[in-house]
Design a protein around this ligand. Structure first.
Ligand code: ADP
Ligand code: ZN
Length: 537
């Protein structure tokens, strides 16, 4: 089979001829070569890495038609249109076509007029299709390969699970001689393993590109009264931007506010009807709307290469989700910014959303799903609260090692100023220890109340005024104590477990701090504006 493998010049010429590019991007050529060799393959490339070309070029160079499975009709239409503009014969079959149009396309496919056929998974798996058109295509002009785009949709561990993708595994048996190519930008190892297993890939050639996106700048900013102003400044700096929020209500509020401040903005969430959604998306792609404010329903497969910034107004649910959403910036390789706004209130909201879940979203039992969700939240917090290079934290999460000091994140460019608050840490830990001696466990709010000498009734009823740690922390504000708690949790010196509600516990590392063998450095929280100061503005 390899006898006909194209040499370097031939591949380069095909790249230039069909796509107009002079060079392959890192990793592309190796994938193309394996695809041409007829092996199954699993290619994991970050968004903007240039995945599409890796199967489109082989489709052009191999005899027959390639079937491309794609999860969204909009995505399919977009790709087919782009290919058409480049003079590449591609088409799709889906439910939006009239019967006559579908028959005409099927006839053209059988004549060998097309090199690529895009399909939704449910159409490909229909018995009528699998035993009908698919078999006839196999006979002539032949099926060069089946490409599964957005292959992470097969996995419940991914962020866009699609049950229809599960059935694709049956294709390996039906078409033993047709190579299968799975492509995804999903970075977690668990999902990668799941893809190969679920699709029954046969000794796939694995291609794993680095997930580092050097052109993206990452920063986390504290949520304060100035957050909206900072967002507005981002928008006014110019360039297309996406703002992600957790709830539809927040999307509506924020887009109304930005519009009132003169920003050309469009909202996007699942509560809007399909036409409005499609319309708003289209306006954003055409640059009629500069900014789109959206829930996470927005974005998969949106091919807008020149998004200059992505802001998260709320805490993302998973690191993977954050990476993907932020990664919609700068697909064209130009410098772009990813800003996460984060405040302690976000933690409460996230915990609340997990706790109040009543129906699992996956096939896991609810309790297990909640446990996974808490673990994911912990990872997001680790990122948000870290003083380390943001890139290093992200890439470590995806199993890559990165030395750090990337020169393009807030922590590398403006290292946080920390203060030695070991004493405060000891005060807090000993308060938790005293309570534990009495067989009691409380959440951080109550522990801070004790330290600050609060006179709230619950505290008095429990006799906590008698504790030796009562009132020893009056010198610090509530925000400062919260920063101490967050730092201790982040460093694993303190643990928070749920006991109906979250309660603090000591860990093995707490003792080192209590014995003065470990120093605790804290980034002091931003000073809160008092109501009087606000009024004075
Ligand atoms: P993704 O991996 O996110 O699906 P795409 O396939 O959409 O990425 O490619 C992202 C962008 O990079 C597109 O605008 C594409 O035209 C461009 N691109 C892909 N390969 C190359 C290349 N070898 N040289 C220059 N630009 C490329
Ligand atoms: Zn960095």
């Amino acid at each position: 089979m390899n006898a006909s493998a194209p040499n370097q010049n031939e591949l380069g010429a095909a790249l230039k001829r069909w796509f107009g590019f002079d060079h392959f991007r890192p990793g592309q050529e190796a994938v193309v070569r394996d695809a041409l060799a007829g092996r199954d393959l699993l290619a994991i490339m970050p968004t903007g890495g240039g995945k599409s070309l890796c199967f489109q070029l082989p489709a052009l160079l191999k005899p027959g038609v390639m079937i491309v499975v794609s999860p969204l009709i909009a995505l399919m239409q977009d790709q087919v249109r782009l290919l058409g503009e480049m003079g590449i014969a591609a088409t799709f079959l889906n439910s939006t076509l009239s019967g006559a149009e579908a028959s005409a396309r099927s006839a053209a496919l059988l004549r060998g007029d097309y090199k690529l056929l895009y399909l939704a998974p449910e159409r490909l798996m229909l018995p009528e299709f699998r035993e009908g058109l698919l078999m006839r295509l196999m006979a002539s002009p032949g099926v060069s390969a089946i490409t599964i785009d957005e292959a992470h949709c097969v996995s419940e561990w991914g962020h866009d699970f699609r049950p229809e993708y599960r059935q694709l595994g049956a294709l390996r048996e039906q078409l033993p001689d047709v190579p299968m190519f799975a492509f995804t930008a999903t970075a977690t190892q668990r999902v990668r393993g799941d893809i190969a297993a679920q699709l029954h890939l046969r000794e796939p050639a694995m291609h794993l590109a680095s997930f580092n996106r050097p052109n993206l700048y990452y920063a986390v900013r504290p949520k304060t009264q100035q957050t909206y102003t900072q967002l507005l400044a981002l928008a006014r700096d110019g360039g297309s931007g996406i703002v992600y929020c957790l709830s539809r209500r927040r999307v509506d509020e924020l887009s109304a506010k930005l519009a009132a401040d003169g920003v050309r903005v469009a909202p996007y969430h699942a509560g809007l009807d399909a036409d409005t959604r499609a319309d708003n998306q289209e306006r954003f792609i055409r640059d009629d709307a500069q900014v789109i404010v959206a829930t996470i329903a927005f974005g998969m497969g949106i091919n807008k290469p020149d998004v200059r910034w992505v802001a998260h107004y709320d805490l993302p649910r998973t690191m993977e989700g954050y990476y993907q959403e932020a990664g919609r910036a700068g697909r064209d390789g130009e410098p772009s910014r990813c800003i996460l706004f984060f405040g302690l209130g976000d933690i409460r909201t996230a915990e609340f959303l997990i706790a109040q879940k009543t129906h699992p979203e996956t096939s896991l039992p609810l309790e297990q799903e909640q446990r996974v969700a808490r673990q994911q939240l912990r990872q997001v917090l680790d990122y948000a609260e870290s003083h380390e290079c943001r890139r290093a934290v992200q890439l470590r999460y995806f199993g890559e090692t990165f030395e750090g000091n990337c020169g393009a994140c807030d922590n590398c460019l403006e290292p946080k100023v920390t203060e030695d608050w070991t004493l405060e840490a000891q005060q807090l830990l000993s308060c938790v220890a005293r309570l534990a001696q009495r067989g009691e466990r409380f959440g951080s709010a109550h522990v801070i109340d004790i330290l600050r000498g609060s006179e709230n009734q619950k505290l008095i009823d429990r006799g906590h005024q008698q504790l030796s740690t009562y009132g020893i922390g009056r010198a610090r504000t509530l925000d400062e104590w919260r920063a101490v708690v967050r730092t201790l949790l982040h460093q694993g010196v303190l643990d928070e477990t749920t006991d109906g509600y979250p309660v603090l516990r000591l860990t093995a590392a707490s003792r080192d701090v209590l014995k003065g063998q470990r120093q605790i450095d804290v980034v002091p929280p931003p000073k809160r504006e008092s109501a009087a100061e606000r009024r004075a503005k």
